[in-house]
Design a protein around this ligand. Sequence first.
Ligand code: NDP
Ligand code: 2IT
Length: 444
Amino acid sequence: MNVENFINKVEQKHPGEQEYLQAVREVLESIEDVYNDNPQFEAAGILERLVEPDRILTFKVSWLNDEGDTHVNLGYRIQFNNAIGPYKGGLRFHPSVTLSILKFLGFEQIFKNSLTTLPLGGGKGGSDFDPKGKSNAEIMRFCQSFMLELWHIIGPDTDVPAGDIGVGGREIGYLYGMYKKLAREHTGVLTGKGRSWGGSLIRPEATGFGNVYFAKEMLATKGESFKNKIVAVSGFGNVAWGAVQKATELGGKVVTLSGPDGYIYDPQGVSGEKIDFMLELRATNDDVVKPYADRFPEAEFHAGKRPWEVKADIALPCATQNELNEEDAEMLIKNNCFCVSEGANMPCTPEAIEVFHKNKILFAPGKAANAGGVATSGLEMSQNAMKMSWSRKEVDDKLHQIMKDIHEACVEHGTVDDYVDYVKGANIAGFLKVANAMLDQGVI
Ligand code: NDP
Ligand code: 2IT
C-alpha cells in the first residue's frame, strides 16, 4: 500500500469530502509500515473494506416550529464497521454537518472504539439541524421526527447511538422516548440516558475526565502533573465542562473557555460556581460564551479570537474539528506549552500536529484522549445488559483504568527513539485489533 496512491483512489470515489480524506490520510500514514509488513491485510483487502462504511442511511426530517411553520432537515446514520462489536457512536446536530464530517467522525470512531478495550464497532450520525435559539418543544419535535426514521436500523446489539455536539441529555431523552414508543421495548439502545431510566453515573463527565486522565498519564512520563499548571481549554460544552472539572480537581488552573463568538480569559481560574455556570450557558441554546464575562467581571472576553494565544502549560482543545491551526500551534510552543490533549475530534490540523511533533512535546490525538466518553457508553451498555448499575466510584475506576490502558497501547506502538508519537501509536493499536477481527471473519 502506498499512501498517495490509496488516497487518490479514495478521493476519486469521494471527491470533495475534505474532512473524511483528512482523517483517512492520518490513519494511513501511521499504519503504512505495519500494513505492508503483514501481506495478509492487503490480500484480504482490509483497507479497501475499512474506508467504506458498511452502509449509510440518509433521510428527511420534517418538523413544525412553534409558529406552525414547516422545516426540513437532513438526517444521517453511518454504520461504518462492526468487526469487533455493534456499531457505536454519537449523533451530531449542528448546521455545519455534512456527509464528509460524519464520515470522518465515523471512521475515527472505529479506531477509538477499538482502543477502549471494549467490544464496540464504529458509527456516527446526525443532522444539519441547528439547535441554536430553538425552544424545548421544537427540539422535542425535531428529535421525535428524527427517530421516526432512525429506529428501524438501531438496536442494543445492532447500533447504539449517543450524544455529540448539539446532542446532550435532553436530546437523548426525547430520542429515547420516541424509540421506546415505536419499538415497544425498554432497552439500552442509546447511551447518555438519564440516570433514572438506564443511564450510567459519570457518563456526562466521562469524555472530559478521560481526556484529563490521559493527559495525566502523558505528563507522568515526564515526571510532571497538573498541579499548578496553567491550562487553556476551548469550547464550553459537555467535553469542556468535564475537562475543566477534572483539571481543576488535579490542581491545574483553567484560564480559558471558548465559543463561536470568541474566548474568555479568566486569570483567577474557572472553578467552583463558574463550572456550574458553564452548564447554564450551554442550556440557554444561545451558543455564546460572552455572558461568562458579564457574570464574572474578573474575566475578559476576546471577540472573534481563539484561546491559543494565551500563555498556558497544557492545552485541551474541546470544541470542534480543525479549531487549532499551524499558527496557533506555533504560538502555544512559543509560550512554552508542552502538553496538548485533544478532547474534541480532530481539533488540530495536520500542520499543527506537525509543529507539536517537530518540537517533541506531548501530543495526544482525540481518538485516544477522548475515548473515555464512548468507553463509558460501553460501560452503560454493560450495565443495561445486566439490568444493574454500578456506583460512581466503580464507573470512574473503570474509566481511569481504560485511559491508562489506552495510554499504554499508544506507548507500545508509537515509541520511536524515546519519543512517543501518540498519533502513530493510537492508529496502529486501534487498527490491528479491527484488521485482525476482519481477517478472522472473512470477506463480507
Ligand atoms: P457540545 O455541543 O456540548 O459543545 C460543543 C461546543 O463547541 C459548543 O460550545 C459549540 O458551540 C462549540 N463550538 C462548535 N464549533 C466551534 C467553533 N468553531 N469554535 C469554537 N467553539 C465551537 O458538544 P461536545 O462537548 O459533546 O463536543 C465537543 C467535541 O468533543 C466535538 O468534537 C465532539 O465530536 C467531541 N466528543 C464528544 C464526546 C461526547 O461524549 N459528547 C465524546 C468524544 C468526543 P456551537 O454549537 O455554537 O458551535
Ligand atoms: O465522539 C465520540 O466518541 C462521541 N461523541 C461519543 C460516542 C458514544 O457512543 O458515546
